[in-house]
Design a protein around this ligand. Structure first.
Ligand code: HEC
Length: 138
């Protein structure tokens, strides 16, 4: 490579390839995040309770999973939480507690969250994917 402009464009290509490789998350990690997003958005439907809606009943995307007052209530007397706390970033639990909570449905002290929070029993890999996805949200 004795032509200086060819050498320069080769170097530019090398730099862009190197930067591109660093900008991407490792394959395993992004597959886990995708799995987590799928479980949260398509299976667990966490947003139904944990995301606020506007006057038309549509999700306010800037506050995705940032907690909401529930727009519905039971017709009979029963334990109930009228508010779903924020879960974007999973602020209320460390990873170990969140893993237990999502695999057996119990809080660290053994208590159950009040309805309508479902008692989820994800397997460990799926619970870890949900945790990774929620932590990735700010
Ligand atoms: C049908 C409504 C509903 C759905 C669906 C729902 N939640 Fe909740 N969630 C709640 C309510 C209400 C609470 C508050 C319960 C309480 O305070 O006792 C809660 C509490 C929580 C908490 C906090 C527990 C604590 O004590 O700190 C976490 C974490 C959580 N939910 C995660 C999720 C995830 C993850 C999903 C989806 C996979 C989900 N929730 C789906 C209603 C819901």
């Amino acid at each position: 490579m004795n032509n200086p402009s060819r050498l320069l464009s080769f170097l530019a290509l090398l730099v862009s390839v190197t930067i591109g490789a660093h900008a991407q998350a490792p394959a395993g990690q992004s597959a886990q995040l995708e799995r987590g997003r799928y479980l949260v958005e398509r299976v667990g439907l966490c947003a139904d309770c944990h995301s606020p809606r506007d006057q038309k009943g549509e999700f306010v995307m800037e506050h995705w999973l940032k907690g909401a007052a529930l727009p519905f209530q039971p017709t009979v007397e029963m334990p109930w939480s009228p508010v779903a706390p924020p879960i974007a970033g999973l602020p209320s639990m460390n990873d170990a507690d969140a893993l237990r909570f999502l695999t057996n449905g119990m809080r660290p002290d053994g208590s159950l969250p009040r309805p309508p929070m479902p008692q989820f029993r994800f397997n460990e890999a799926d619970a870890l994917a949900v945790i990774a996805y929620l932590r990735s949200l700010h």
